[in-house]
Write a protein that binds this ligand. Structure first.
Ligand SMILES: CC(C)(COP(=O)(O)OP(=O)(O)OC[C@H]1O[C@@H](n2cnc3c(N)ncnc32)[C@H](O)[C@@H]1OP(=O)(O)O)[C@@H](O)C(=O)NCCC(=O)NCCS
Length: 157
């Protein structure tokens, strides 16, 4: 399995992945993903299986020294095998390489798998954004410091 840059041609596969990963109310639209894939300030990674099918995707950005993790999704039947971690680690490597000093993300505190994944990779909660997802649905803000030489090996299981 390899990690590569996602391309606009991957849109349909990524939208399918999005639908497998989130309830309808939380899903990004096809238009939002198309914008993500075509935007020069986004770094979108796809994890492929041996048949070159996309089984995971993650998208990042970086402004000055602050990187953001916007989304990470792994196909349900492929979860628990280190794929989400490999995508986030690849994004951390990229953020380091482009000079970021921190990576930030928002996550629902009820999304236990995602919170555990982020904690495992060194993110710590720093605050809460109230009503971030909807009225009464708050987001946990998590931060991970970066530093030179803090590169992760990209695992290819
Ligand atoms: C969150 C998500 C991306 C994790 O992907 P994954 O490939 O299953 O995660 P990994 O196998 O790389 O797990 C890495 C670590 O995360 C933690 N983790 C992942 N899933 C977990 C779960 N269901 N319960 C508890 N811990 C979990 C573990 O600490 C794990 O490390 P370990 O196996 O060494 O203990 C996946 O569950 C997913 O796609 N969810 C739906 C979309 C989503 O909510 N995305 C996050 C918000 S954008």
């Amino acid at each position: 399995m390899i990690i590569s840059h996602a391309r606009p041609a991957d849109l349909d596969n990524i939208v399918e992945l999005e639908r497998s990963g989130f309830d309808a109310a939380e899903q990004w639209s096809a238009e939002a993903w198309a914008e993500e894939l075509s935007s020069p300030d986004r770094y979108v990674l796809a994890r492929l299986d041996l048949e070159a099918r996309i089984i995971g995707v993650a998208t990042f950005s970086c402004v000055e020294d602050m990187a953001d993790l916007h989304r990470v999704i792994v196909r349900p039947e492929q979860r628990g095998r280190g794929i989400g971690a490999s995508l986030v680690r690849a994004g951390l490597d990229w953020a380091n390489a482009v000079g970021a000093r921190r990576m930030l993300l928002e996550v629902s505190p009820e999304n236990h798998a995602a919170v555990a994944l982020y904690r495992r990779l060194g993110f710590e909660p720093i605050s809460t954004r109230r009503d971030y997802y909807a009225p009464g649905r708050h987001a946990l803000v998590m931060l991970r410091p970066l530093r030179d030489g803090d590169a992760w090996a990209v695992e290819c299981a």
